[in-house]
Design a protein around this ligand. Structure first.
Ligand code: CP3
Length: 363
């Protein structure tokens, strides 16, 4: 029998020679490309050191020299196949004029959006000026990857998907179940649809600008998609995502989009088919074998090692990595976590994960 690796490319099969882009373009790639959600962040001592010098998280996101440096830190340490722009999903409402603060130990705090005036205050005319430093970060990272010899590392731009961003705006911050947001979607459907529509247009403009600045693919984080009923999931997750993907692909024909509808469960297949994404992020709770059955052979999978298994390390981590590698054997997977890496994760555990995935290429 022919070994898996004979039948697959190492990422050289696409024009860019970047394994992550090759998977998104439909090539089978082995060993699988690898990056981690929240790979730039508090588990890295070099991030904590830089963060300690900056008073405010928004200032970090809007200072291109610092944000570019932080984006590159995990690439230097672990050689991941993708760098993800260092920013936050809530920088979009901030750029539209909505208030935002990040409080130590409390997470994001926003003025709760409760009425039509709140939607009308979101000002698309502010966007270009406000995101200028973020676009400058994108340019610097692209140049930095070349300058530092990371020729095979792709640059991912991102935004929150409209529903998840709306969750934080309506609620005024994080929540266990985003009940106020879902109640608004039921009780004031026109108001909620207007909010989603405004965010959909702004997200399209924001991601277009990131692509023009040098992002090679973009990811839509819909972290709270799973709290919706199927009808609302179709209206506020699938429809806006499909709209954003279609608009971006009309403007940038070769563009591939990664969607992450976390906890979509039985609707993952419908999401993949109806939105036109090239890859779906698979959350920790979803069996990737079932995810593959749902999305079919043409959509890549990205995921889904449990961040807690990486925190635990040892046999738990080994087992979790082997499970994902077994699915990735089809060459249509990007190895990642099922959600963001946790701040107390030991660096040695991340190193072990990386080493095992890289060694798969010689197995
Ligand atoms: O490395 C990367 O992944 C790139 C940067 C990135 C951040 N946030 C940096 C960040 C990305 C892609 C995000 C996405 C994000 N932000 C999501 C979607 C993914 C997910 O985790 O579900 C969401 C829901 C947010 C909103 C957000 N930002 C919260 C709830 C918090 C506070 C909780 C926390 O994890 O700290 C943030 C702050 C934040 N965003 C930090 C970082 C590194 C920590 C801030 C600090 O360093 O002080």
């Amino acid at each position: 029998m022919r070994s898996t690796s004979d039948a697959m490319v190492r990422g050289d099969g696409c024009a860019s020679g970047k394994p992550l882009l090759a998977v998104l373009e439909g090539h089978a790639v082995w060993p699988p490309p690898l990056w981690l959600m929240r790979q730039a962040g508090r588990y890295l001592p070099e991030y904590r050191a830089l963060r300690a010098e900056v008073a405010d998280f928004i200032e970090l996101c809007t200072t291109p020299a610092l944000a570019a440096e932080v984006t590159l830190q995990p690439i230097r340490r672990f050689g991941f196949d993708a760098a993800i722009l260092f920013s936050d999903i809530l920088m979009l409402p901030w750029a539209l004029g909505h208030g935002l603060a990040f409080r130590e130990g409390e997470g994001p705090v926003l003025p709760p959006l409760t009425d039509r005036a709140g939607v009308d205050r979101l000002d698309p005319a502010r966007l270009a000026g406000a995101i200028a430093p973020i676009l400058e970060t994108v340019r610097r990272v692209r140049a930095g990857l070349v300058a530092e010899g990371f020729d095979r590392t792709a640059l991912i731009g991102f935004a929150g998907a409209p529903f998840t961003v709306a969750c934080y705006m309506v609620e005024g911050g994080g929540s266990k179940d985003f009940a106020a947001t879902r109640t608004m979607a039921y009780a004031q459907p026109e108001l909620f649809a207007a909010l989603i529509e405004r965010l959909t247009d702004a997200t399209t403009a924001y991601l277009s600008a990131q692509i023009e600045a040098g992002a090679e693919t973009v990811m839509l984080f819909d972290s709270w998609a799973g709290v919706l009923s199927p009808r609302l999931f179709r209206a506020h997750v699938i429809a806006p995502t499909a709209h954003i993907v279609a608009s971006l692909r009309a403007r940038f024909p070769g563009l591939k989009v990664i969607g992450f509808p976390r906890l979509a469960g039985g609707l993952l297949g419908e999401y993949a088919a109806a939105t036109g994404v090239a890859a779906v992020g698979v959350d920790t709770a979803t069996d990737p074998v079932l995810a593959r059955r749902q999305v079919g052979p043409d959509v890549a999978l990205q995921g889904n090692i449990d961040p807690l298994a990486v925190l635990a390390g040892g046999p738990a981590l080994t087992a979790a990595v082997e499970e994902v590698l077994a699915v990735a054997r089809d060459g249509r997977c990007i190895v990642n976590l099922g959600h963001g890496i946790l701040p107390p994760t030991p660096l040695a555990h991340v190193a072990a994960l990386v080493a095992r995935v890289r060694a798969a290429g010689t197995a």
